[in-house]
Design a protein around this ligand. Structure first.
Ligand code: GH3
Ligand code: MG
Ligand code: MG
Length: 390
């Protein structure tokens, strides 16, 4: 054990040190209470053998200070008093000492106390280990082994403040498995669980180091992408979407015949007056847009457009217009990019979802869009060009 011995009387100190080292422990010594406190902080001993009366902090004050510090590890405290000072022993125990010895120090008595100390400190070590394990378990989703949403608020708050302070960007992506209820209905709940595990694993494996994937709800996942500007985030999120499609999990009830996910992306950029919580809501709204458009796509909010138009508070902007949904959406794929001056694919994507009403020219879509090798658009940033209700 690491043992700190403190005594202002040099011969008592030397004697205690000799006993401690002869018993095979490592020993650090202090000659007054203040020095002992400094060494306690630095050395984190498992046991403190402290004289009661000494300059600076006395033994009782030292006990109190150590117990108040309430560290993760436990220090077993043995207070050394002069023989017959029963009151001193009592006040020491009240201040947090675990045991006491009387001077002159008897090696056998010390050895006995150190055996008890070993037992108590190893019990505390085990408790601390269980506590850490429990804390990890509480944050972990048992099915997917991803982090659950318990720490999202705290993690996001920290990232948001850091990004604000250093003028950095970050992005959030919310994913939802498409037609998962029919998947469960067709293949059974156990297959549904297995699919959830595989989707979680694919997201986690394909996310960059430094990105964090959470199981946000039943079939919803949140990905936090620090340092990601809106276009980079859209690219990354689009890759995550494609990664799940590439798993090739058959889904008879899906237009593509595969299990797919849809995503909504929001971004913080320097200077935006928005909270982490509001960004989460924007990602949710973007996901809602994606869902209302077609399965297997990603929609991002343009953060500049958002702040200019007050998107996050505009109920009208958010409400999808079912009349704008064309029948082709049901097929799950969208037409290839129009290269000869027609409306951009992203615009038509959003137009079908009721995001763009070209005749009213309220909003436009097209800041970014991504098409796969078949020319099918899977991701777009939505840019509102006018304010709500204009
Ligand atoms: P949409 O395409 O609009 O997202 O429709 P959906 O069917 O995916 O969404 P809905 O919200 O109607 O259904 C979600 C389903 O996810 C219903 C629920 O049983 C299933 N689910 C949620 N958590 C779990 C889970 O832990 N295991 C399994 N097997 N299914 C789950
Ligand atoms: Mg003394
Ligand atoms: Mg779903």
């Amino acid at each position: 054990m690491r043992i700190l011995v403190v005594d202002d009387d040099p011969s008592s100190l030397m004697l205690a040190q000799t006993f401690v080292e002869e018993l095979g422990h490592s020993c650090v010594t202090a000659t007054d209470g203040d020095m002992a406190w400094r060494l306690f902080i630095e050395y984190q001993p498992e046991v403190l053998v402290s004289d009661r009366d000494m300059p600076g902090l006395n033994g009782v004050q030292l006990c109190r200070a150590i117990r108040k510090a309430a560290r993760d590890s436990y220090t077993y405290i043995i207070l050394v008093t002069s023989a017959g000072e029963h009151g001193d022993q009592l006040s020491g125990m009240e201040a947090g000492a675990d045991d006491y010895l009387t001077k002159p120090l008897d090696p056998l008595a010390l050895e006995t106390r150190l055996l008890a100390a070993r037992r108590v400190t190893s019990l505390h070590e085990q408790l601390a280990k269980y506590r850490t394990e429990l804390a990890v378990l509480a944050r972990t989703d048992p099915l997917t082994k991803l982090r659950n949403r318990l720490t999202v608020a705290d993690d996001l708050d920290l990232l948001h403040r850091r990004s604000q302070r250093y003028g950095r960007s970050y992005s959030l992506a919310l994913f939802d498995i498409d037609a998962f209820k029919p998947y469960n209905d067709t293949y059974g709940h156990q297959a549904g669980d297995e699919a959830l595990r595989r989707v979680a694993q694919a997201l986690d494996r394909r996310a960059r180091q430094g990105d964090t994937v959470y199981r946000y709800g039943g079939e919803e996942f949140l990905v936090v992408l620090p340092e990601q500007s809106p276009p980079a985030a859209l690219n990354a999120v689009e890759r995550l979407r494609a990664g799940v499609e590439l798993l090739g999990i058959p889904h008879a009830g899906s237009p593509s015949g595969l299990l797919t996910i849809s995503g909504g992306v929001s971004s913080y950029i320097a200077g935006r007056q928005v909270s982490g919580h509001e960004l989460l809501r924007e990602a949710d709204l973007a996901l809602y847009r994606a869902k209302a458009t077609a399965p297997n796509i990603v929609v991002g909010c343009d953060p500049i457009g958002v702040s200019a138009a007050g998107l996050s508070t505009s109920a009208e902007y958010l409400a999808p217009d079912p009349e704008d949904l064309s029948g082709s959406l049901a097929s799950g794929t969208l037409a290839p990019a129009d290269t000869d001056g027609g409306p951009s694919l992203a615009a038509s994507l959003a137009g079908r979802a009721g995001l763009v009403r070209p005749e009213e020219a309220r909003e436009q879509v097209a800041a970014e869009h991504h098409a796969d090798e078949h020319g099918c658009v899977h991701a777009a940033i939505v840019t509102p060009s006018g304010g709500p209700g204009t």
